[in-house]
Write a protein that binds this ligand. Structure first.
Ligand code: AMP
Ligand code: GLY
Length: 425
Protein backbone atom coordinates (compact mmCIF):
# COMPACT_ATOMS: atom_id res chain seq x y z
CA UNK A 1 0.00 0.00 0.00
CA UNK A 2 1.10 3.56 -0.67
CA UNK A 3 0.66 6.01 2.17
CA UNK A 4 1.28 9.76 2.14
CA UNK A 5 1.81 11.80 5.33
CA UNK A 6 1.19 15.55 5.11
CA UNK A 7 3.42 17.76 7.26
CA UNK A 8 7.10 18.14 7.91
CA UNK A 9 7.89 18.33 11.60
CA UNK A 10 8.84 16.11 14.52
CA UNK A 11 5.27 14.87 14.84
CA UNK A 12 5.23 13.66 11.25
CA UNK A 13 8.59 11.98 11.75
CA UNK A 14 7.23 10.11 14.78
CA UNK A 15 4.11 9.08 12.84
CA UNK A 16 6.19 7.86 9.89
CA UNK A 17 8.54 5.84 12.10
CA UNK A 18 5.53 4.14 13.67
CA UNK A 19 3.80 3.53 10.33
CA UNK A 20 6.98 1.80 9.12
CA UNK A 21 6.21 -1.03 11.56
CA UNK A 22 3.20 -1.99 9.42
CA UNK A 23 4.04 -4.62 6.82
CA UNK A 24 1.15 -3.77 4.49
CA UNK A 25 2.65 -0.37 3.76
CA UNK A 26 5.14 -0.79 0.96
CA UNK A 27 5.83 2.84 0.15
CA UNK A 28 5.73 5.87 2.43
CA UNK A 29 5.69 9.44 1.17
CA UNK A 30 5.80 12.74 3.03
CA UNK A 31 4.86 16.25 1.87
CA UNK A 32 7.04 18.17 2.43
CA UNK A 33 9.00 16.18 5.06
CA UNK A 34 12.43 17.30 6.23
CA UNK A 35 16.08 16.22 6.41
CA UNK A 36 15.40 13.37 8.82
CA UNK A 37 12.12 12.19 7.33
CA UNK A 38 13.97 11.82 4.01
CA UNK A 39 15.73 8.80 5.56
CA UNK A 40 12.39 7.08 6.27
CA UNK A 41 10.08 8.18 3.45
CA UNK A 42 10.12 9.70 -0.02
CA UNK A 43 9.79 13.44 0.48
CA UNK A 44 7.75 15.33 -2.09
CA UNK A 45 8.23 19.10 -2.17
CA UNK A 46 4.68 20.36 -1.62
CA UNK A 47 4.04 22.86 1.13
CA UNK A 48 1.49 21.33 3.47
CA UNK A 49 -0.84 24.27 2.74
CA UNK A 50 -0.74 23.54 -1.00
CA UNK A 51 -3.85 21.45 -0.52
CA UNK A 52 -5.13 21.37 -4.11
CA UNK A 53 -1.73 20.25 -5.38
CA UNK A 54 -1.43 17.59 -2.68
CA UNK A 55 -4.87 16.17 -3.44
CA UNK A 56 -4.03 16.08 -7.16
CA UNK A 57 -0.67 14.42 -6.44
CA UNK A 58 -2.28 11.79 -4.18
CA UNK A 59 -4.80 10.98 -6.91
CA UNK A 60 -2.19 10.86 -9.68
CA UNK A 61 0.09 8.62 -7.64
CA UNK A 62 -2.84 6.44 -6.54
CA UNK A 63 -2.20 6.75 -2.82
CA UNK A 64 -4.16 4.20 -0.79
CA UNK A 65 -4.32 6.36 2.32
CA UNK A 66 -3.28 9.85 3.39
CA UNK A 67 -2.48 10.96 6.95
CA UNK A 68 -3.11 14.69 7.31
CA UNK A 69 -1.11 15.49 10.41
CA UNK A 70 -1.02 19.26 10.45
CA UNK A 71 -3.68 21.79 11.42
CA UNK A 72 -3.53 24.13 8.42
CA UNK A 73 -4.31 21.57 5.68
CA UNK A 74 -7.05 20.07 7.90
CA UNK A 75 -8.68 23.46 8.42
CA UNK A 76 -8.35 24.14 4.67
CA UNK A 77 -10.34 21.00 3.88
CA UNK A 78 -7.70 18.58 2.54
CA UNK A 79 -9.62 15.60 3.94
CA UNK A 80 -12.73 16.71 2.01
CA UNK A 81 -10.70 17.17 -1.18
CA UNK A 82 -9.17 13.70 -0.86
CA UNK A 83 -12.57 12.19 -0.25
CA UNK A 84 -13.81 13.85 -3.43
CA UNK A 85 -11.12 11.98 -5.40
CA UNK A 86 -11.85 8.72 -3.61
CA UNK A 87 -8.86 8.58 -1.25
CA UNK A 88 -9.50 7.72 2.40
CA UNK A 89 -7.54 9.75 4.91
CA UNK A 90 -6.82 10.25 8.58
CA UNK A 91 -8.12 13.47 10.11
CA UNK A 92 -11.29 15.53 10.45
CA UNK A 93 -13.04 17.19 7.54
CA UNK A 94 -13.13 20.96 7.23
CA UNK A 95 -16.25 21.43 9.33
CA UNK A 96 -14.98 19.26 12.18
CA UNK A 97 -11.52 20.89 12.08
CA UNK A 98 -13.17 24.13 13.26
CA UNK A 99 -12.86 22.68 16.75
CA UNK A 100 -9.26 23.90 16.54
CA UNK A 101 -9.44 26.38 13.68
CA UNK A 102 -11.78 28.75 15.50
CA UNK A 103 -11.57 29.38 19.22
CA UNK A 104 -14.96 31.13 18.98
CA UNK A 105 -16.47 27.93 17.51
CA UNK A 106 -14.94 25.70 20.20
CA UNK A 107 -15.81 28.02 23.09
CA UNK A 108 -19.41 28.31 21.87
CA UNK A 109 -19.60 24.53 21.46
CA UNK A 110 -18.47 24.00 25.05
CA UNK A 111 -20.92 26.59 26.36
CA UNK A 112 -23.85 25.10 24.41
CA UNK A 113 -23.17 21.54 25.55
CA UNK A 114 -22.06 22.25 29.12
CA UNK A 115 -18.48 21.07 28.68
CA UNK A 116 -16.29 22.53 31.45
CA UNK A 117 -13.98 25.32 30.26
CA UNK A 118 -12.84 28.81 31.34
CA UNK A 119 -15.58 31.47 31.34
CA UNK A 120 -15.13 33.83 28.38
CA UNK A 121 -16.30 36.70 26.20
CA UNK A 122 -15.65 37.09 22.47
CA UNK A 123 -15.11 40.38 20.65
CA UNK A 124 -14.78 41.48 17.05
CA UNK A 125 -14.69 45.19 17.77
CA UNK A 126 -11.69 46.77 19.42
CA UNK A 127 -13.72 49.39 21.36
CA UNK A 128 -15.84 46.77 23.04
CA UNK A 129 -12.86 44.57 23.83
CA UNK A 130 -11.02 47.55 25.36
CA UNK A 131 -14.00 48.61 27.45
CA UNK A 132 -14.21 45.08 28.81
CA UNK A 133 -10.55 44.51 29.64
CA UNK A 134 -10.17 47.93 31.30
CA UNK A 135 -12.30 46.79 34.22
CA UNK A 136 -12.16 43.00 34.24
CA UNK A 137 -10.50 41.21 37.16
CA UNK A 138 -6.94 40.11 36.29
CA UNK A 139 -5.03 37.93 35.53
CA UNK A 140 -6.93 37.37 32.32
CA UNK A 141 -6.14 35.48 29.11
CA UNK A 142 -6.40 37.05 25.65
CA UNK A 143 -6.52 34.70 22.65
CA UNK A 144 -6.54 35.27 18.90
CA UNK A 145 -9.49 33.47 17.28
CA UNK A 146 -7.66 31.62 14.51
CA UNK A 147 -4.58 29.45 14.18
CA UNK A 148 -1.40 31.10 15.45
CA UNK A 149 1.01 28.18 15.92
CA UNK A 150 0.19 27.95 19.62
CA UNK A 151 1.51 31.46 20.11
CA UNK A 152 -1.69 33.50 19.89
CA UNK A 153 -2.31 33.39 23.63
CA UNK A 154 -1.33 36.13 26.05
CA UNK A 155 -1.67 35.87 29.80
CA UNK A 156 -2.15 39.40 31.15
CA UNK A 157 -1.36 40.10 34.79
CA UNK A 158 -3.07 43.51 34.88
CA UNK A 159 -5.58 45.64 32.95
CA UNK A 160 -2.91 47.68 31.17
CA UNK A 161 -1.31 44.51 29.78
CA UNK A 162 -4.71 43.26 28.65
CA UNK A 163 -5.41 46.55 26.84
CA UNK A 164 -2.09 46.27 25.08
CA UNK A 165 -2.77 42.65 24.13
CA UNK A 166 -6.17 43.29 22.52
CA UNK A 167 -4.87 46.40 20.75
CA UNK A 168 -1.90 44.48 19.34
CA UNK A 169 -4.09 41.64 18.15
CA UNK A 170 -7.04 43.56 16.80
CA UNK A 171 -5.31 46.64 15.47
CA UNK A 172 -1.61 45.90 15.29
CA UNK A 173 -2.11 42.80 13.15
CA UNK A 174 0.24 40.89 15.44
CA UNK A 175 -1.35 37.57 14.48
CA UNK A 176 -2.62 38.60 11.04
CA UNK A 177 -6.23 37.75 10.26
CA UNK A 178 -6.26 35.25 13.17
CA UNK A 179 -6.34 38.19 15.59
CA UNK A 180 -9.23 40.17 14.14
CA UNK A 181 -11.53 38.38 16.59
CA UNK A 182 -10.41 37.73 20.13
CA UNK A 183 -11.53 35.60 23.04
CA UNK A 184 -10.93 37.00 26.52
CA UNK A 185 -11.15 34.31 29.14
CA UNK A 186 -10.86 33.52 32.80
CA UNK A 187 -7.39 32.54 34.03
CA UNK A 188 -7.39 28.96 35.27
CA UNK A 189 -4.90 27.40 37.63
CA UNK A 190 -3.72 23.85 38.02
CA UNK A 191 -1.51 21.31 36.32
CA UNK A 192 -1.93 20.96 32.56
CA UNK A 193 -2.53 17.61 30.92
CA UNK A 194 -2.62 16.74 27.22
CA UNK A 195 -4.70 13.77 26.14
CA UNK A 196 -4.61 12.72 22.50
CA UNK A 197 -7.51 10.47 21.53
CA UNK A 198 -8.26 8.37 18.50
CA UNK A 199 -11.89 8.68 17.51
CA UNK A 200 -14.19 7.63 14.69
CA UNK A 201 -16.91 10.05 15.74
CA UNK A 202 -18.58 7.67 18.19
CA UNK A 203 -15.93 5.49 19.82
CA UNK A 204 -13.05 7.22 21.56
CA UNK A 205 -9.75 5.65 22.59
CA UNK A 206 -7.53 7.92 24.67
CA UNK A 207 -3.80 7.51 24.27
CA UNK A 208 -1.45 7.67 27.19
CA UNK A 209 -1.59 11.15 28.80
CA UNK A 210 1.28 13.61 28.55
CA UNK A 211 2.61 16.95 29.77
CA UNK A 212 3.88 19.55 27.33
CA UNK A 213 6.29 22.32 28.36
CA UNK A 214 5.13 25.30 26.34
CA UNK A 215 7.31 28.11 27.65
CA UNK A 216 10.67 28.74 26.04
CA UNK A 217 12.75 28.84 29.25
CA UNK A 218 13.27 26.81 32.42
CA UNK A 219 10.77 27.20 35.28
CA UNK A 220 8.06 28.01 32.72
CA UNK A 221 9.52 31.40 31.96
CA UNK A 222 9.76 33.15 28.62
CA UNK A 223 7.32 33.14 25.72
CA UNK A 224 4.87 30.44 24.76
CA UNK A 225 6.26 28.17 22.03
CA UNK A 226 4.92 25.22 20.06
CA UNK A 227 6.32 23.03 22.88
CA UNK A 228 9.84 22.51 24.29
CA UNK A 229 9.49 18.99 25.62
CA UNK A 230 7.04 16.38 26.87
CA UNK A 231 6.81 13.57 29.37
CA UNK A 232 4.30 10.72 29.34
CA UNK A 233 2.31 9.54 31.16
CA UNK A 234 1.30 12.66 33.09
CA UNK A 235 1.17 11.91 36.85
CA UNK A 236 -1.60 14.48 37.37
CA UNK A 237 -3.87 12.42 35.13
CA UNK A 238 -4.97 10.03 37.83
CA UNK A 239 -7.54 7.28 37.28
CA UNK A 240 -10.13 9.52 38.92
CA UNK A 241 -9.33 12.49 36.66
CA UNK A 242 -9.34 10.19 33.63
CA UNK A 243 -12.78 8.91 34.47
CA UNK A 244 -14.15 12.42 34.97
CA UNK A 245 -12.63 13.53 31.66
CA UNK A 246 -14.27 10.64 29.82
CA UNK A 247 -17.71 11.36 31.29
CA UNK A 248 -17.64 15.17 31.48
CA UNK A 249 -15.47 16.11 28.52
CA UNK A 250 -14.51 13.44 25.95
CA UNK A 251 -17.86 11.74 25.33
CA UNK A 252 -19.85 15.02 25.55
CA UNK A 253 -17.49 16.57 22.97
CA UNK A 254 -18.00 13.72 20.49
CA UNK A 255 -21.70 13.93 21.07
CA UNK A 256 -21.71 17.71 20.57
CA UNK A 257 -19.81 17.40 17.29
CA UNK A 258 -22.26 14.79 16.00
CA UNK A 259 -25.20 16.96 17.01
CA UNK A 260 -23.67 19.95 15.23
CA UNK A 261 -23.54 17.82 12.07
CA UNK A 262 -19.75 17.51 12.02
CA UNK A 263 -18.70 14.22 13.64
CA UNK A 264 -14.97 14.17 14.34
CA UNK A 265 -12.67 11.53 12.82
CA UNK A 266 -8.95 11.27 13.50
CA UNK A 267 -6.98 12.42 16.52
CA UNK A 268 -8.75 14.79 18.87
CA UNK A 269 -6.38 16.46 21.28
CA UNK A 270 -7.70 17.69 24.61
CA UNK A 271 -5.58 20.35 26.30
CA UNK A 272 -6.84 20.17 29.88
CA UNK A 273 -6.26 21.91 33.16
CA UNK A 274 -6.92 19.99 36.35
CA UNK A 275 -8.39 22.80 38.48
CA UNK A 276 -9.71 22.68 42.03
CA UNK A 277 -13.18 22.41 40.41
CA UNK A 278 -12.18 19.43 38.29
CA UNK A 279 -10.77 19.06 34.79
CA UNK A 280 -11.50 21.85 32.29
CA UNK A 281 -10.73 22.26 28.59
CA UNK A 282 -8.06 24.84 27.76
CA UNK A 283 -8.04 24.03 24.07
CA UNK A 284 -8.93 21.43 21.50
CA UNK A 285 -6.61 20.51 18.65
CA UNK A 286 -7.90 18.65 15.60
CA UNK A 287 -4.70 16.60 15.24
CA UNK A 288 -1.82 14.97 17.05
CA UNK A 289 0.14 17.37 19.27
CA UNK A 290 3.67 18.37 18.48
CA UNK A 291 5.81 17.39 20.46
CA UNK A 292 3.33 15.21 22.43
CA UNK A 293 3.28 12.68 19.59
CA UNK A 294 7.04 12.22 19.87
CA UNK A 295 6.60 11.09 23.50
CA UNK A 296 3.30 9.19 23.14
CA UNK A 297 3.70 7.09 19.97
CA UNK A 298 6.92 5.35 21.09
CA UNK A 299 4.83 3.77 23.86
CA UNK A 300 2.06 2.59 21.50
CA UNK A 301 2.15 -1.20 21.20
CA UNK A 302 -0.80 -1.64 18.82
CA UNK A 303 -0.47 -1.06 15.09
CA UNK A 304 -0.89 2.64 14.26
CA UNK A 305 -2.01 2.13 10.66
CA UNK A 306 -4.76 -0.32 11.70
CA UNK A 307 -6.04 2.20 14.26
CA UNK A 308 -5.91 5.09 11.80
CA UNK A 309 -7.93 3.22 9.19
CA UNK A 310 -10.47 2.26 11.85
CA UNK A 311 -11.06 5.96 12.64
CA UNK A 312 -11.85 6.54 8.96
CA UNK A 313 -13.99 3.40 8.55
CA UNK A 314 -15.81 4.00 11.85
CA UNK A 315 -14.76 0.61 13.21
CA UNK A 316 -12.64 1.81 16.12
CA UNK A 317 -14.73 -0.23 18.56
CA UNK A 318 -13.24 -3.37 16.97
CA UNK A 319 -9.61 -2.33 17.32
CA UNK A 320 -7.24 -2.58 20.24
CA UNK A 321 -5.30 0.52 21.33
CA UNK A 322 -2.67 -0.66 23.79
CA UNK A 323 0.23 1.20 25.37
CA UNK A 324 3.38 -0.17 26.97
CA UNK A 325 3.92 0.35 30.67
CA UNK A 326 6.81 2.65 31.53
CA UNK A 327 7.41 6.28 30.68
CA UNK A 328 8.91 8.49 28.02
CA UNK A 329 10.56 11.88 27.81
CA UNK A 330 11.07 14.04 24.73
CA UNK A 331 13.50 16.97 24.93
CA UNK A 332 13.25 19.52 22.12
CA UNK A 333 16.46 21.02 20.78
CA UNK A 334 15.68 24.47 19.38
CA UNK A 335 17.54 27.26 17.61
CA UNK A 336 18.60 29.99 20.06
CA UNK A 337 16.10 32.87 19.93
CA UNK A 338 13.07 30.68 19.07
CA UNK A 339 10.11 31.52 19.09
CA UNK A 340 11.05 35.03 17.96
CA UNK A 341 14.16 35.27 15.80
CA UNK A 342 16.73 32.61 15.14
CA UNK A 343 19.33 31.54 12.61
CA UNK A 344 19.26 28.48 10.36
CA UNK A 345 21.71 26.48 8.28
CA UNK A 346 23.89 25.29 11.20
CA UNK A 347 25.55 21.87 10.91
CA UNK A 348 24.20 19.29 13.38
CA UNK A 349 26.58 16.69 14.81
CA UNK A 350 26.23 13.74 17.18
CA UNK A 351 22.97 12.37 15.79
CA UNK A 352 24.18 8.79 15.42
CA UNK A 353 25.58 8.66 18.92
CA UNK A 354 22.30 10.00 20.33
CA UNK A 355 20.35 7.40 18.37
CA UNK A 356 22.16 4.59 20.17
CA UNK A 357 20.01 5.19 23.25
CA UNK A 358 17.14 7.39 22.07
CA UNK A 359 14.91 8.14 19.12
CA UNK A 360 15.78 11.38 17.38
CA UNK A 361 12.85 12.95 15.55
CA UNK A 362 13.64 15.68 13.08
CA UNK A 363 11.55 18.85 13.08
CA UNK A 364 13.38 21.81 11.47
CA UNK A 365 16.19 20.11 9.57
CA UNK A 366 17.26 19.80 5.96
CA UNK A 367 19.86 17.88 4.01
CA UNK A 368 22.93 19.89 3.04
CA UNK A 369 24.71 19.57 -0.30
CA UNK A 370 27.22 17.09 1.06
CA UNK A 371 24.67 14.97 2.89
CA UNK A 372 25.15 16.76 6.20
CA UNK A 373 22.10 17.60 8.31
CA UNK A 374 21.49 21.33 8.81
CA UNK A 375 19.15 23.27 11.07
CA UNK A 376 16.16 24.74 9.22
CA UNK A 377 13.66 25.94 11.78
CA UNK A 378 12.91 27.01 15.34
CA UNK A 379 12.37 23.60 16.79
CA UNK A 380 15.10 21.47 15.28
CA UNK A 381 14.98 18.01 16.88
CA UNK A 382 13.07 16.04 19.49
CA UNK A 383 15.07 13.46 21.44
CA UNK A 384 12.85 10.80 23.00
CA UNK A 385 13.84 8.08 25.43
CA UNK A 386 11.64 5.36 26.85
CA UNK A 387 12.36 3.67 30.20
CA UNK A 388 10.68 1.76 33.02
CA UNK A 389 9.94 4.92 34.93
CA UNK A 390 9.95 8.68 34.47
CA UNK A 391 13.21 9.54 36.29
CA UNK A 392 15.08 7.06 34.09
CA UNK A 393 13.38 8.27 30.91
CA UNK A 394 14.38 11.86 31.69
CA UNK A 395 17.96 10.90 32.43
CA UNK A 396 18.21 8.83 29.28
CA UNK A 397 16.72 11.55 27.05
CA UNK A 398 19.11 14.21 28.36
CA UNK A 399 22.02 11.75 28.17
CA UNK A 400 21.31 11.20 24.48
CA UNK A 401 20.62 14.89 23.79
CA UNK A 402 24.03 15.77 25.26
CA UNK A 403 25.69 14.19 22.20
CA UNK A 404 23.95 16.55 19.78
CA UNK A 405 25.57 19.86 18.94
CA UNK A 406 24.86 22.80 16.68
CA UNK A 407 25.64 26.48 16.98
CA UNK A 408 23.28 28.39 19.34
CA UNK A 409 21.43 25.23 20.40
CA UNK A 410 18.80 26.01 23.02
CA UNK A 411 16.96 23.49 25.14
CA UNK A 412 15.20 23.51 28.49
CA UNK A 413 17.04 21.66 31.23
CA UNK A 414 13.94 20.92 33.31
CA UNK A 415 11.66 18.82 31.10
CA UNK A 416 9.80 16.50 33.48
CA UNK A 417 10.83 18.29 36.68
CA UNK A 418 7.29 19.42 37.42
CA UNK A 419 5.98 15.90 36.83
CA UNK A 420 8.54 14.44 39.23
CA UNK A 421 7.32 16.88 41.89
CA UNK A 422 3.85 15.40 41.54
CA UNK A 423 5.17 12.16 43.00
CA UNK A 424 6.34 14.04 46.10
CA UNK A 425 2.94 15.70 46.69
P1 AMP B 1 -3.73 27.49 24.05
O1 AMP B 1 -3.06 27.83 22.74
O2 AMP B 1 -5.14 27.91 24.12
O3 AMP B 1 -3.47 26.07 24.43
O4 AMP B 1 -2.92 28.27 25.17
C1 AMP B 1 -1.53 28.13 25.32
C2 AMP B 1 -1.17 28.04 26.78
O5 AMP B 1 -1.60 29.22 27.48
C3 AMP B 1 -1.84 26.89 27.51
O6 AMP B 1 -1.15 25.69 27.34
C4 AMP B 1 -1.84 27.39 28.93
O7 AMP B 1 -0.59 27.18 29.54
C5 AMP B 1 -2.05 28.87 28.78
N1 AMP B 1 -3.47 29.17 28.92
C6 AMP B 1 -4.39 29.20 27.94
N2 AMP B 1 -5.61 29.48 28.42
C7 AMP B 1 -5.48 29.65 29.75
C8 AMP B 1 -6.39 29.97 30.82
N3 AMP B 1 -7.68 30.19 30.60
N4 AMP B 1 -5.89 30.04 32.07
C9 AMP B 1 -4.56 29.84 32.29
N5 AMP B 1 -3.67 29.55 31.34
C10 AMP B 1 -4.10 29.45 30.08
N1 GLY C 1 2.08 20.92 21.77
C1 GLY C 1 0.91 21.62 21.56
C2 GLY C 1 0.31 21.51 20.24
O1 GLY C 1 0.61 20.65 19.45
O2 GLY C 1 -0.55 22.32 19.94
Amino acid sequence: MKVLVVGGGGREHAIIKKLKENKEITQLYCAPGNGGIAQDAVCVPYKSTDVEAIAAYAAAEKMDYVVVAQDDPLCMGLVDMLKAVGIPSFGPDKLAARIEGSKVFSKNLMKKYGIPTAAYETFDELDKALAYVRTVKCPIVVKADGLALGKGVLICMNNAEAEEAVTDMMQGGKFGASGSRVVVEEFLEGPEVSVLCFTDGTTIRPMISSMDHKRALDNDEGLNTGGMGVIAPNPYYTADVAQRCMQEIFLPTLDAMRKEGCPFHGCLYFGLMVTADGPKVIEYNCRFGDPETQAVLPLLQSDLFTIMRATTDETLDQVEVKFAPGASCCVVLASGGYPVKYESGKVITGLEKAEETACVYHAGTKLGENGEILTAGGRVLGVTAVADDLPRAIEKAYGAADHIRFEKLHRRSDIGAKALKAFEE
